[in-house]
Ligand binder design. Structure first.
Ligand SMILES: [Zn+2]
Length: 321
């Protein structure tokens, strides 16, 4: 066995990260042997972003002339058409990104296999294959940051859905969010009560701002909660309970071997995950999960920033099988 290499790209609203990932012959965790990052400059439009991505990939390949990659794996913001790797839908954060024929054009231009998957799906695939979900048959992964997204991985394959839109787990009905407008334009969704952003907003609505000069963020409320403040503890409890209850409902549908939580809120440091929040997540989970699913482990992701790059590489490798 020799080392294998894949070019991985993680396309987000603010940056495009490109890496050459090495899969060591001894089977240990894949890691980048080359990494580069450029700003997405999303406001310049989809075509400009495409050109920047293609240039980044070519630069990565040219900087590593001794490495022969098996192909290019991409985790992309937006909804990715699972059949072609084109961008089927993107919101206003990336104007003109919707409709970009990302996979087809790169395949043609580079003459290499190219596989594209959603960025959240890539993250989940990374955690499932090489992170805390390694060796598990099925993994339900939720990323909790300014928003909430997720993906379900079974037997090494991520569920993309018919339109590529599977895993919008922040946008499921949640009783605690009834009547609260959601960023997606609907209302009553989990994201509106369990994301980092919503923790700050809920505190301000109930008790007024922590710092009168600006809206509160999740971190403000968590710090107060950890200091024993009863009002902040109430908000953190409600956010954790709502998340846990939704995890229970999702487990009833999918029955994952493990649930993995990651994302900005989870990885701001171990102190973010206050005991109140952890207990509330478990309390909410227990309130909804069916009896055989009560003991499903709820774990914290271990790969952090490398997860999307590893997951994108995994998606490429799966596409070659
Ligand atoms: Zn929504």
């Amino acid at each position: 066995m020799e080392n294998k290499y894949v070019c991985s790209v993680d396309i987000g609203g603010t940056k495009i990260a490109t890496a050459i990932m090495e899969y060591p012959a001894d089977g240990s965790v894949p890691h980048p042997v080359f990494e580069a990052e450029v700003p997405t400059e999303a406001q310049e439009g989809g075509e400009a972003v495409f050109q920047r991505i293609e240039a980044s990939i070519k630069a990565a390949l040219e900087a590593n002339p001794d490495v022969e990659v098996l192909g290019v794996g991409i985790g992309a913001a937006g909804v990715v058409d699972p059949k072609t790797g084109a961008i089927a839908y993107a919101n206003e954060i990336m104007p003109g990104w919707s409709g970009v024929q990302l996979g087809p054009r790169l395949r043609e231009d580079l003459g290499l296999p190219v596989a594209v998957v959603g960025d959240v799906q890539a993250h989940a695939l990374g955690e499932a294959r090489w992170g805390v979900g390694k060796g598990k048959f099925s993994v339900l992964c939720l990323g909790i940051g300014t928003g909430i997204g997720g993906a379900y991985v079974e037997n090494g394959r991520v569920m993309q859905g018919f339109h590529g839109a599977a895993g919008h787990m922040g946008h499921i009905e949640c009783s605690a969010a009834a009547g609260i407008p959601c960023a997606c334009g609907r209302s009553g969704h989990l994201e509106s009560v369990a994301s980092g952003t919503s923790i700050g907003r809920m505190y301000d609505e109930r008790f007024g701002r922590v710092d009168p000069s600006r809206p509160s963020v999740g971190r403000d409320v968590n710090d107060l909660c950890r200091a024993g403040d009863a009002k902040a503890t109430e908000v953190i409890h409600d956010a954790g309970f709502a998340l846990g209850a939704s995890l229970g409902s999702l487990a009833n549908i999918l029955d994952p071997e493990v649930i993995v939580l990651s994302g900005g809120v989870i990885h701001q440091g171990p102190d973010w995950r206050s005991q109140t929040w952890k207990d509330s997540v478990h309390e909410g989970y227990a309130s909804q999960a069916l009896d055989p699913l009560q003991d499903t482990p709820i774990l914290i992701g271990s790969l952090e920033g490398d997860a999307p790059l590893i997951g994108a590489a995994e998606h490429l490798l799966a596409s070659l099988k």
